[in-house]
Design a protein around this ligand. Structure first.
Ligand code: BES
Ligand code: ZN
Length: 628
């Protein structure tokens, strides 16, 4: 059933695309008849059942003056006897398509919302490689071009890509589906004073030539294709791990991540050998719209985790965990996104428990629970609260919610509790081995789970109630409860403070950031202006550098008209571009009649320094009609 609906959707794309073909250079064989059951991924045009991409040879020039990438992409594919190969593109200018030295006919179909334009290329039934010459456009959604002023050093410009979920096609023509994997080589030319890095083997020093070569020998899906260019230096944190950052950030960054090698070893001990040789992290400027992005061999990270006390390094544990869940075993479509993120949150907390102890892991679990309850409310317990999503015809970004992460985590935690941790660990080791370098859907996972774990455990199946967790809305009653003695103490402190205005300063000064977050959430409904002022005086929360605490505090300030924090609020929104923080802050401002106009003004001032991923979300929140 699922397959035929997807096939139908795909046929509709192609039909629509055919109607409005811009470049009727040639009459090409229509792919409509060819759209059989593959691909099941509703977010790609690729005809991967007939011609599936295997290798990319990319040669690009990064032009900071024009804010464009000029490229030649040689794509090798396995041809099962078709005379058409279809690639995904979005906003690309296609200059030529060749087979060897000979130009071949192609059609760039009309753009379809979210998906972009199918690039349909005529080939021979024995052709296995084509070369596309192209350039990116000003609105390439994966790319953020930063001026020197937007960097920490203020001297050099900066560029980074964000390909997940379906933005790789805005900077390289490819078969952009998490179910399609390819190896790659790239040659990248950049201005001479800058370093280029990719999700591949990387240099550690700048080259005078400004030309860098990269190789990724393990097959990866297009969403993990990544490039960063900037004034970057490198420092090792261990044998296999290290940090790249702008020179002025490097020392702080490498200190913050000094436990990275330990985390990597802990992760391997849990779920098997690390497959990607090196694990490095590059710190991007604060406009990076995410906390982290698990680009293989080179995680991209926000500088907002540089708290000075390693308190936010669970983000690195998370991205590192993706080296197994996500990068090795990949969700086949974005409807199966929880397979990437739910597993990764589970694995993240296991790494944190190994390296920093049970207390920390428990607190993270409880914060997840509070995020999950809020998300369920925000999504009205609707269809997007199912683990298995239906994003067909929608932007897959709509599936990036706490459901995939936190509901996914609690589902796996429930399985762990039901069969016992040792058994679950043995199973997970086997799972990562069995499906390494493969992309699987939810159903494949569930079948494997039943056969290899639950079948051996009496009643596990009915105790867990898989169907309800995966295919129903909301949160089943058997969701595991996590206890944390530290949070219990914080809860009493919060109650005491709300009722009697007293907070034990010496204790609170020892709190970890999770405890502050929990305290601020517990007090958020009924705290008074005076109580906020007391806290601010004693703990200087309006000057907090820890981004997670600052964020919770600013939400409270907006909610309770705590005006002394508004300067900090404006500063925060003018320097940070991480969507997880700025979208809820703008939303809270918009919901407060006294701040709604201020939110709009502030957004208008800062919009151009945010990444597309962030503006796409916040435009909707603030009803901002985009100038393009
Ligand atoms: N892969 C995600 C980021 C992502 C998801 C980008 C979907 C685009 C589409 C990454 O691993 C992630 O989950 N990042 C989180 C951090 C984390 C600790 C939960 C983030 O950016 O906040
Ligand atoms: Zn993740």
């Amino acid at each position: 059933m699922r397959t035929s609906i997807n096939a139908l959707v795909f046929v509709t794309f192609i039909l629509l695309a055919q109607c409005g073909s811009k470049e009727n250079k040639t009459k090409v064989d229509t792919p409509v008849k060819k759209a059989v059951e593959f691909p099941r991924d509703p977010h790609t045009f690729a005809n991967a059942d007939k011609a599936i991409m295997k290798h990319l040879n990319l040669d690009i020039d990064v032009d900071f003056d024009e804010k464009k990438i000029y490229g030649t992409a040689k794509i090798r594919f396995e041809n099962k006897g078709t005379d058409i190969v279809i690639l995904d593109t979005k906003d690309l200018n296609i200059k030529s398509v060749k087979i060897g030295d000979r130009s071949t006919q192609y059609t760039l179909h009309e753009e379809i919302p979210h998906l972009g334009s199918a690039l349909e290329v005529s080939i021979d039934t024995f052709t296995t490689s084509i070369t596309v010459e192209y350039s990116t456009s000003a609105n390439a959604e994966a790319l953020q071009w930063l001026s020197p002023a937007q960097t920490s050093g203020k001297r050099a410009p900066f560029l980074f890509t964000q390909s997940q979920a379906i933005l790789a096609r805005t900077w390289v023509p490819c078969q952009d589906s998490p179910g399609i994997r390819f190896t790659y080589e790239a040659e990248v030319s950049v201005p001479k004073n800058l370093l280029a890095l990719m999700s591949a083997s990387n240099p550690t020093e700048k080259k005078d030539s400004g030309t860098y070569s990269f190789k990724m020998e393990q097959p990866i899906p297009a969403y993990l294709f990544a490039l960063v260019v900037g004034d970057l230096d490198y420092r090792a944190t261990g044998e296999r791990t290290g940090v790249y950052a702008e020179p002025s950030v490097l020392s702080k960054a490498s200190k913050e991540l000094e436990d990275m090698e330990t985390m990597l070893n802990a992760a391997e001990k849990l779920y098997g050998t690390y497959q990607w040789e090196r694990y490095d992290v590059v710190f991007l400027p604060p406009s990076f719209p995410f906390g982290g992005m698990e680009n293989p061999r080179l995680t991209f990270a926000t500088p907002t985790i540089l708290a000075g006390d390693k308190s936010l390094v669970s983000l690195v544990a998370h991205e590192l965990a993706h080296s197994w869940s996500g990068n090795l075993v990949t969700n086949a479509t974005w409807n199966d996104f929880w397979l990437n993120e739910g597993f990764t949150v589970y694995f993240e907390y296991r790494i944190m428990e190994e390296v920093y102890g049970k207390d920390v892991a428990q607190m993270l679990g409880l914060i997840s629970y509070s995020d999950l309850l809020k998300e369920l409310e925000d999504l009205d317990y609707g269809d997007d609260t199912k683990l298995k999503l239906n994003l067909n015809g929608r932007n897959p970004d709509e599936g990036v919610t706490a459901i995939a992460y936190e509901k996914g985590y609690f589902f796996l935690k429930l399985i762990e509790q039901t069969v016992g941790r040792d058994n679950f660990d043995i199973f997970l080791n086997k799972y990562f081995n069995e499906f390494a370098y493969k992309s699987i859907d939810t159903e494949t996972f569930l079948a494997y789970l039943n056969k290899n774990l639950l079948a051996n455990h009496n009643k596990a199946d009915s105790l867990i109630n898989i169907d309800k967790w995966v295919y129903n809305n909301g949160l089943p009653d058997n969701c595991p409860k996590i206890a944390s003695s530290r949070f219990e103490a914080v809860k009493s402190a919060a109650d005491g403070f709300l009722n009697n205005n007293v907070l034990n300063g010496s204790k609170a000064r020892e709190w970890m950031y999770q405890e502050w977050v929990y305290f601020l959430r517990e007090t958020s409904d009924s705290i008074s202006y005076q109580q906020m002022a007391m806290l601010d005086k004693d703990f200087r929360l309006s000057y907090q550098d820890n981004a997670e605490i600052a964020f919770e505090w600013l939400l409270l300030a907006i909610k309770h008209d705590y005006t002394p924090a508004y300067n900090r609020l404006e500063r925060f929104l003018s320097t940070v571009g991480r969507r997880k923080f700025i979208a809820p802050l703008y939303e809270a401002m918009a919901n407060n009649p006294k701040l709604a106009q201020r939110a709009k003004n502030l957004y208008e001032r800062n919009r151009s320094s945010y990444h597309y991923v962030a503006t796409n979300t916040i435009d909707k929140i603030l009803d901002f009609s985009s100038p393009n």
